[in-house]
Design a protein around this ligand. Structure first.
Ligand SMILES: [Zn+2]
Length: 117
């Protein structure tokens, strides 16, 4: 995003500059497809093919927007104790694991960018 380029907004039609928390946390169809593709159709923690859900790896209000690197396909449902989605959302250990996985995804993306030039 280029924050320095800021043309004069048309009067009365000023766009909202900041996205709402809901918009930032939104998992678009593209993000979902990328994450599903990466997972190969299996939970990215335990490898289960059961009830996959696209789970946020970081609290969504901390994100400027949600990318495929900010989510993982995890088995659910999130409300069921013992599933991976429940584990990352409701345990400290799970949260830490999720943040590390996110770092790993971003690291992989940086490496890809270097390789691709
Ligand atoms: Zn799982």
């Amino acid at each position: 995003m280029n924050w320095t380029h800021n043309p004069v907004p048309k009067p009365g039609k000023q766009k909202r500059f900041k996205k709402t928390a809901k918009e930032r946390g939104r998992i678009t169809a593209e993000v979902y497809a990328d994450a599903l593709d990466r997972s190969g159709g299996y939970c990215e923690r335990c490898g289960s093919p059961q009830h996959l859900e696209c789970a946020h790896l970081m609290r969504r209000w901390k994100l400027p927007e949600t990318t495929a690197n900010d989510v993982a396909m995890l088995c659910g449902p999130q409300v069921n104790t013992g599933t991976c989605h429940d584990w990352i959302d409701h345990t400290r250990e799970g949260r830490e694991w999720a943040l590390q996985l996110r770092e790993q995804f971003w690291q992989q993306e940086r490496e890809r960018m270097i390789t691709d030039g």
